[in-house]
Design a protein around this ligand. Structure first.
Ligand code: TRP
Length: 338
């Protein structure tokens, strides 16, 4: 039986944080290690440029940070292909053919793109490349004939759009050339980790993130500053567990959930102080992030070796994507000289 194929990736606009870890990195590593998949993990520098065209230096710098984050969490270049979007010319050509298979009004209805346009205050000055990035994302996925795309919940509309483009391509050009992808989303409830301030989203722009690369001291300071229950003032006051970010994190990260249940009971009753609770969370997070941080530091000692991993991955990715492009060209009939 043919293996399943995974394609997924991240925009290099900064370092990755523990929200990325919970949302998708963790499951990518598990899927990689299961041996059931050919995994392609892409650093989407061209997609990052769609709304950062004037700041290419940010993308260039972030590229290696994201690569280090991948390696640190256990994406293993022996088992997965880690590559860079801009180094795969076939993707741009596939994008060009697919752009003809979507309408402007369909693109306008993509809820994630809509939300981003609002959030970035583009109003009428939306870069055309940004507006059409779901199509380019379809090129990324289909170039590798990926059937499985593990991503965060916000990416669901992209997968839907990719499926539509694939169906339309296969029906118009009369061949089963492209594979319809399936999204794999985080289990309900563990979908999104809130920020340190209790905001629903952890993000760099909100300045409320814990990065995989944070040192132990930074981690501790961030944990000690976390949002809890604003009415829990004295140790002996009864406190709220729901909406208390410290408990949300403990639910996700603590290996000893029976202990977390005890702490919740105590917190609700009164008598458990925030400082003590946060010290425990810090210990728990240190247990997860300590080994990641160490591995990251190890790889960071030899940056040329990291670029070499990306280069080798990109070479292999090019072979695979070029093969798909040949099939696509033949299906459309623009292979005049074959
Ligand atoms: N849009 C994704 C993000 O913002 C990155 C990405 C680009 C991607 N191409 C992809 C994800 C293809 C999955 C499949 O994180």
């Amino acid at each position: 039986m043919n293996k399943h194929v995974i394609l997924t990736g991240d925009r290099p606009t900064g370092k990755l944080h523990i929200g990325h870890y919970i949302g998708s990195l963790r499951s990518r590593v598990a899927m990689q290690n299961s041996g059931d998949y050919d995994s392609f993990i892409m650093i989407a520098d061209q997609q990052a440029l769609t709304d950062n065209a004037r700041d290419p230096e940010k993308i260039r710098k972030s590229l290696v940070e994201v690569a280090l984050d991948y390696l640190a969490v256990g994406i293993d270049p022996q088992k997965s292909t880690i590559f860079v979007q801009s180094q795969i010319p076939a993707l741009a050509e596939l994008n060009l053919y697919y752009l003809n298979l979507v309408t402007v009004s369909r693109l306008e209805r993509n809820p994630t793109v809509k939300a981003e346009i609002q959030q970035k205050n583009f109003e009428r000055s939306i870069p055309a490349g940004f507006f059409t990035y779901p199509v380019s994302q379809t090129a990324d996925i289909t170039a590798f004939k990926a059937d499985t795309v593990p991503v965060g919940d916000d990416q669901e509309p992209m997968i839907e759009q990719a499926r539509e483009i694939v169906r339309s391509f296969n029906s118009i050009y009369g061949q089963e050339v492209l594979v319809e992808p399936q999204g794999i989303f985080p289990p309900k409830g563990s979908g999104r980790l809130p920020g340190l301030d209790g905001n629903a989203k952890m993000s760099k722009s909100l300045n409320n993130a814990i990065y995989l690369s944070d040192d132990a001291d930074t981690l501790r300071k961030k944990v000690m500053s976390m949002y809890t229950d604003p009415n829990h003032i004295h140790v002996e006051d009864p406190g709220k567990v729901e909406g208390n970010t410290v408990f949300t994190y403990l639910d996700v990260f603590a290996p000893d959930q029976a202990h977390v249940a005890e702490l919740k009971q105590q917190y609700r009753a009164g008598g458990l102080g925030d400082v003590k609770l946060k010290r425990y969370l810090n210990e728990v997070l240190e247990g997860v992030l300590g080994p990641i941080r160490e591995k990251r530091a190890e790889y960071a000692k030899d940056i040329p070796a990291v670029y070499d991993i990306l280069k080798k991955g990109s070479q292999y990715a090019n072979e695979v994507a070029d093969q798909t492009l040949r099939e696509v060209r033949a299906a459309i009939g623009v292979n005049y000289f074959d």
